[in-house]
Design a protein around this ligand. Structure first.
Ligand code: ADP
Ligand code: MG
Length: 216
């Protein structure tokens, strides 16, 4: 396993024309979750898009994004190797549950090792034997757990969470929060979460930065 590195947002500022949408300066330690809290429209998803490497061209960004000493700012999204979880647990409908889990796994190790890793991940989330299932047959909570494991199996170097629990009903939401934050700590992944829900920030247990709407 690679040595975990902090995720650094060095004066990252995103502008829309002359208007500054959002500005963040932060250092996130391995296994730590930094929460950016703010109302809808404040620029949370736009900031995550910049960190992930797919900022929409209508925006301009300054500042630097680093993982330890490695500069990510100019790398294309796929070479940043960050794990993303969104509101909707997106699974490929044309792949089985096992195919979804194997999708982003690093090459090498052989078919057998990969299949074993998929089986172990399924057992870990209470879905042993589900590898052949069509994702459409899963419940919302099962889909959310599979989406998390798919991201982790891809061996990301940091995590970006965009309101990851907002579509789950209350009981599942608590369970998912526990699972996600426990795995982030275990894997030592620096994590940037954006949300409008205070309870997400509290469950994450890390520092919180409040984003407020700026005057245009
Ligand atoms: P949040 O995630 O905090 O709800 P967003 O980052 O999605 O906010 O959006 C911030 C602002 O940028 C909003 O005013 C939104 O309408 C605008 N915006 C987002 N994406 C685009 C885009 N591709 N083109 C133009 N404006 C956009
Ligand atoms: Mg958003």
């Amino acid at each position: 396993m690679p040595i975990p590195c902090p995720l650094i947002l060095d004066n990252v500022t995103i502008r829309h024309g002359a208007h500054t949408l959002v500005a963040v300066d932060a250092r996130i330690a391995p296994g730590e979750v930094l929460t950016l809290m703010g109302p809808s429209g404040v620029g949370k998803s736009t900031l995550l898009a910049q960190v992930a490497g797919f900022l929409a061209p209508v925006f301009t960004a300054t500042g630097y994004i680093r993982l330890g000493d490695e500069e990510l700012t100019r790398l294309p999204a796929e070479r940043r190797r960050l794990g993303l979880l969104f509101q909707d647990p997106l699974l490929f409908p044309h792949l089985s549950v096992g195919g979804n889990l194997a999708f982003g796994m690093p090459a090498g190790g052989g078919r057998r090792r990969r299949r074993q890793a998929v089986e172990a991940a399924l057992a870990d989330i209470g879905l042993a034997g589900f590898a052949g299932r069509d994702p459409a047959t899963l419940s919302g909570g099962q889909r959310a757990r599979v989406a998390l494991m798919r991201v982790l199996l891809a061996a990301p170097r940091a995590m970006l969470l965009d309101e990851p629990f907002s579509k789950l009903d209350a009981a599942l939401r608590d369970e998912m929060r526990r699972l996600v934050f426990a795995r982030i700590r275990e894997h030592g992944l620096p994590t940037l979460m954006v949300t409008h829900d205070r309870d997400d920030a509290e469950a994450a247990g890390g520092p919180v930065i409040a984003l407020s709407a700026r005057e245009a």
